[in-house]
Design a protein around this ligand. Structure first.
Ligand SMILES: Cc1cc2nc3c(=O)[nH]c(=O)nc-3n(C[C@H](O)[C@H](O)[C@H](O)COP(=O)(O)OP(=O)(O)OC[C@H]3O[C@@H](n4cnc5c(N)ncnc54)[C@H](O)[C@@H]3O)c2cc1C
Length: 524
């Protein structure tokens, strides 16, 4: 998916800055509507944070390098663009090891899930509460998901929708009360509370009790995708999703140029001047009717020449990719297939999450880093080449929480090493065999392990502060009268629109802001 620059036009209806999956989505919609479209991508490939790669020398395993599961991509976008994407449901939602037992949430066996709750908590109370809580989020998902691909509704209208369909308490607990308070009032067990809390803390450096409710917004986006909140496995890896969007954009006539670094965006009354540097380092210019910024808002402001605010976005995760010769056994004897198929929560009780947050907020790498682990190849082995597919080899994705960029600024390499050591030691507390013993070796004899901090992601993908959502997530409705009826992509320049994760209703692999940006242009 690299594309040489043979563009000769000096004006396009639409220039898209950044070829992440959202920029590709915007390009596809605009081109299908007959607009001339040029997409400029800084890297030598498209996809942004939604890509597959072979990170280990000489090893034929194409891992989803950054993002790995799909929930927020609406079926509507898949159908409208005719994307040949296959998503697979996982049988086990999650496993959380605790001492010599653990909490297994089996989506196909309620009795097994009930028994697991009972063993862990000593009664059925939290199992029943779990069922009620997630029935409520499912109802909210059903109500809200269709609104994500329409112009913004006013807050009061969304409130009426939620209250009318899911009840007053649903609105209060999801939109008004800090997640921590809600979980303490809903569940008695610290581990059950923690498992639910993690959805509020993915890529969001917040305490569960934060009054600003960033954790609630993050939680909401994790439970409403496609009207179910299910997180599914993209067959072929995340590169298959971006690849399908790339193909849709090209088929519709969009021109996509990689190794094209946009250096300035200058809006005027009749068009926007876009300056970029091509693969040979030559400065190029083009005029756009509209610029759709698939890059982060902070990057757009830099391109517009706006002074950066004192504090920018801050990501907070350690991403570790591994290839194992086989899955390690767990201390508690649970089947590793069940434990690693869904999300394996490591040291993520509510108390542990809060302790890790407090340590990181005080400037320290947490002693016992909490993390979520998932094995792609238990569900989809197509990402392995013919020499690996028939073996017991498995790919592992580890997403470590509460690792804010500030911990890695002074000494990026030393702090990465320290964070990695602490994270693997934390994982090993639940394994019967240390993970290090199962790392496959690459062609140079080095272990197949890649760790990326927020500071690394800033350099690799251009995520400001390493923030996986470009900036903290916003509520999926208009918060001012002016915004109602708009697409949540507008900036102070009518010809410049956000098209990436930093738009309202952006964040995650969804295509929603890319489509919204194209809709805003087409409506104009
Ligand atoms: C480690 C990690 C794990 C994640 N896991 C998940 C997950 O499992 N599921 C999920 O739904 N989401 C996940 N996310 C979040 C999700 O991947 C992102 O929110 C989403 O991919 C953002 O897409 P985007 O197209 O808006 O932006 P990006 O993917 O950030 O793409 C922006 C593009 O703009 C380009 N660009 C920037 N500046 C310029 C410039 N000046 N000129 C030209 N090009 C430029 C960049 O190179 C980049 O390609 C994860 C993210 C990370 C980092």
């Amino acid at each position: 998916m690299t594309c040489m620059d043979d563009s000769t036009r000096s004006r396009y209806d639409v220039v898209v800055v950044g070829g992440g999956h959202n920029g590709l989505t915007a390009a596809a919609y605009a081109a299908r509507a007959g607009r001339s479209v040029l997409l400029l991508e800084r890297a030598d490939h498209v996809g942004g944070a939604a890509v597959s790669a072979r990170p280990f020398a000489g090893v034929d395993a194409r891992l989803s390098r950054y993002s790995y599961l799909v929930s927020l991509l609406p079926r509507r976008i898949v159908e409208e663009l005719g994307l040949p994407i296959t998503l697979k449901r996982r049988r086990w939602a999650s496993y959380t090891p605790v001492g010599d037992g653990g909490l297994l949430v089996d989506t196909q066996d309620d009795a097994a899930t009930r028994a697991s709750f009972r063993r862990l908590t000593g009664s059925d109370a939290d199992f029943e509460a779990w069922g009620r809580f997630y029935a409520t989020t499912a109802e909210v998902a059903r109500l809200l998901a269709p609104t994500l691909t329409e112009p913004l509704l006013p807050r009061a209208t969304v409130r009426d929708l939620v209250v009318g369909g899911a009840g007053e308490a649903a609105w209060r607990t999801l939109f008004e009360e800090p997640l921590g308070e809600v979980l303490r009032a809903t569940f008695a067990d610290d581990v059950v509370r923690g498992v639910a809390a993690t959805d509020g803390l993915i890529g969001t450096f917040a305490d569960v009790d934060e009054p600003a409710l960033r954790q609630n917004r993050c939680f909401l986006y994790h439970v409403i995708g496609n009207g179910t909140g299910d997180w599914d496995v993209p067959v072929g890896g995340m590169g298959a999703v971006s690849g399908a969007l790339h193909d849709a954009a090209v088929a519709a006539g969009a021109r996509i140029v990689t190794s094209a670094i946009v250096t300035a965006v200058d809006p005027g009354p009749s068009g926007v001047e876009v300056t970029w540097s091509d693969a040979a380092g030559r400065t190029r210019g083009v005029t756009a009717g509209h610029v759709l910024a698939g890059c982060a808002p902070a990057e757009l402001e830099r391109l517009l020449g706006v002074d950066a605010p004192a504090s920018g976005p801050e990501g907070a995760q350690l991403k570790v990719n591994m290839l194992l010769t086989r899955l390690p056994r767990l201390r508690d004897g649970v089947d590793p297939v069940a434990a690693f198929s869904g999300t394996l929560h490591v040291n993520e009780s509510l108390t542990q999450l809060q302790a890790a947050h407090a340590q990181a907020a005080a400037g320290r790498i947490p002693d016992l880093p909490p993390s979520e682990i998932y094995c792609h190849t238990l569900t989809d082995r197509t990402i392995l080449g013919p020499s690996l597919a028939p073996t017991e080899a498995q790919t592992i994705t580890l997403f470590g929480l509460h690792m804010p960029a500030r911990l890695f600024r002074a000494d990026p390499d030393g702090a990465r090493e320290q964070a990695l050591r602490a994270t693997l030691a934390s994982l090993n507390t639940v394994l019967a065999e240390p993970i290090e013993d199962f790392l496959a070796l690459d062609a140079d004899g080095a272990p197949c392990l890649e760790a990326r901090t927020p500071v690394d992601l800033e350099g690799d993908v251009g995520l400001p502060g390493g923030h996986i959502f470009h900036r903290d997530l916003s509520w999926p409705f208009a918060e001012s009268d002016d915004d109602a009826g708009r697409w949540g992509v507008e900036t102070s320049h009518p010809r410049v629109l956000l098209a990436g994760a930093g738009a309202r209703r952006g964040g995650g692999v969804s295509g929603i802001p890319g489509r919204a940006a194209a809709m805003a242009v087409l409506a104009g």
